[in-house]
Design a protein around this ligand. Sequence first.
Ligand code: SF4
Ligand code: SF4
Length: 362
Amino acid sequence: MTAIQPPLSMLLELTHRCPLQCPYCSNPLELARADHELPTETWCDVITQGAEMGMLQVHFSGGEPAARTDLEDLLAHTKAKGLYTNLITSGVGLKPARLARLVALGLDHVQLSLQDAYMKEADRIAGLKGAFATKQAFAAEIIEAGLALTINLVVHRHNITRVGAMIELADAMGAQRVEVAHTQYYGWGLANRAALMPTREEVETALGVVETVRAHYRGRMRIDHVIPDYYADRPKACMGGWAQRFLVIDPSGDVLPCHAAKSLPGLTFDNVREKRLSDIWTGGAAFEAYRGTQWMPMPCRDCDRREIDWGGCRCQAFALTGDAAAVDPACGLSPRHATVRDLATSEAAAPPPPFRYRRMTR
Ligand code: SF4
Ligand code: SF4
């Protein structure tokens, strides 16, 4: 048996609090309240353990990580441990003086989400008036501070025809990299799937636009493109493969193989308040459940892509089939592939229902 390698990085969901309400948010429908969040010293201990395991990067995420007043302490601790730091932010609520403090502490990189190329539409999707303008000002501050900036674009039926304009805007904002990601249908994205699903024609046009724009910006701005699963023939390696490279820690300290793993029934998740991170990574039940290839059904088990896509996404398999160990229906070799394609086609053809905005309800 090959030894389990440590993860490359960990994503710390410091909080589920967020000023925005994006209807495709990957957070669970049951959002963790502030009084369930880990305290500063536990997060610092987790970061120390990650460094001792040999991890290289820490991603501060949420919700909005800047909603934590101890973000500076956590960043300082991470830098003291020699790790690369990335702040994944909405850009709303992070004032210039605070950004300056984070820069002074050694923040390496910022990922800023952008909802649309047009202000009115962007604010509608974010569920917050003024969000678009605030993000523009925030991006200018990042560039002024000399930080590396990636713009995250989540694409769906309401903005897919403007994907080229969104990339142009990211360039104008000074991004070195753009990540174009078609909506992943889990968490709030699954709850809003019918409201977000584009047509196959829209997706194909967008793929062509991204390729053209990518050629135009080559050498100046890198464009990464995550292809939409529902219209694909083969799935992608979710999180680089279950329990292969990344782990996620949610606000309460539960350690997850991916953002949406809590949507899977029957899995138990260890918590950093009770167990060491290295023990969770190497022996935690949730990590062991779908690590490697032993769990795979046919045809994955004999497939020459089994160590490339690692059987696709478990959360998607469960959402679409009710069986987390099924072949990901995004794969053309799944017996349910045609059903999923038909479902996407019919949802995209119907008028979009209203958004169910991501909100803390209690
Ligand atoms: S996707 Fe939107 S609502 Fe969810 S954490 Fe990011 S900015 Fe907040
Ligand atoms: S059969 Fe399984 S391993 Fe092969 S491409 Fe499809 S999902 Fe991936």
